[in-house]
Design a protein around this ligand. Sequence first.
Ligand code: LM2
Ligand code: CA
Length: 448
Amino acid sequence: IQARSTPGSKHVIANLFQWNWDSVANECAWLGKNGYGFVQVSPANEHIQGSQWWTDYQVVSYKIQSKRGSEAQFKNMVNACQTAGVGVIVDIIWNHMAGIDSGTGVAGSSFTHYNYPNIYTQDDFHYCGQPGNDIQNWSDTFQLQNCELANLADLKTESSKVRTTLINHTNKLIDLGVAGFRVDASKHVAVADQKAIMSKLKKQGLYYTHEVVYEGGGGVTSYDYTSIGDVQEFRYVTLMRDAFNNGNIAQLQGLKDKGWLASNKANVFVANHDRERGGYLSYKSPSNRYALAHAFSLSYPYGTPTVFSGYSFNNNDDGAPTGNYGTCNSNSGANGWQCQHRWTSIAGMVAFYNKVGTAALANWTQGNNNQIAYGRGNVGYVIINNGDAAWAKTFTTGLADGKYCDVYSGKKSGTTCTGKTVTVKSGKLTGYSVPGHTAVAIHTGAKL
Ligand code: LM2
Ligand code: CA
């Protein structure tokens, strides 16, 4: 199985959670121009009805017809994104069908819990023998993969009929031109079953990012899944939260040496849709922490970064605003959409990420535990101050002398900077002061 490819040298993924296909099609031009290589979108399959975002994860049929649009709209989106140099990664559900007892999906397909006319019958599901067929013991590999996750009818992924059905569904999305998949609930599908599916797909070498929530503990590990693609490193998400919320970002220095997933296997992010609803970092975090954590995530050489971009919510169940049509102002959200991917600091850091490439981590320094700075070879340098007070000192940057635009506060526009201008002299920023709750990032791609 060949997994992983990137369009050009651009790795950064924008996760436009719940954006409908027409709005993603529209946004891709901006994403491509601003350095994103991929856009991750919500599931495309028919799902149960309801305004809640999580209805997407209750599969009813494999018609490409969801709250986010029709098959024609999906196709149009993929084409528009391709034209913009952006690959579409679609969230795909191999593990299960719906969790509710019965109903009609958004494309009109009727179903009961274990009966999906012309798709699956009772024989195509796992009945693991636990109460409610639900996972009871999360350290038990058998239960994890053969019981139900939140009552979601668990597919018999070892059977040839189920495999063939999933292969056909996945091939359909491949025909529509997707660049890859975010495999939902991957931990709950045996690696062998996924290999059997993936090896039969009409296109190899696509990008896969597996959702395997592993933070130590039993059952399965994230390492078990590295033979079938990138794996999401959830310990990273937790560490980001703890580092930025508890005033200790200095501990991030040794992150790449923690023995986590290898950098070229790890997909990392500050938030995803589940985590932002679970009290981790989000657009709601105080003191610019969401932006500061991205300044780190997009400059520190570990993993393939995803920028999660969502919408304002009060309750877990709140669905997307404005008819699911994502909209942004030039550098901020609009109509309830947060548009984190467009925030000046985050977009600036995407450009930083692309410019520094594989340049080595260099010149690490820190003030107190909430103040860190480091460079990437002689290409880029970043200072992150997560504390209240200003951090002033002489920083050794490793960069050539000259004037640079700080891409955290603005960008280079012609011969000026729209944000701060930073002057490097004798390779240093002498007596330089960074206010609290902000960052400064400079790189050779934004030098005056
Ligand atoms: C995922 N990864 O493994 C998604 O990232 C996560 O968002 C999904 O859960 C989960 N797997 C299943 O695909 C979400 C949501 C759940 C919701 C499910 C299914 O977080 O709360 O469960 O989607 O829609 C809901 C109800 C739950 C009920 C279930 C079945 O909240 O109480 O279980 O539907 O009817 C009895
Ligand atoms: Ca399963």
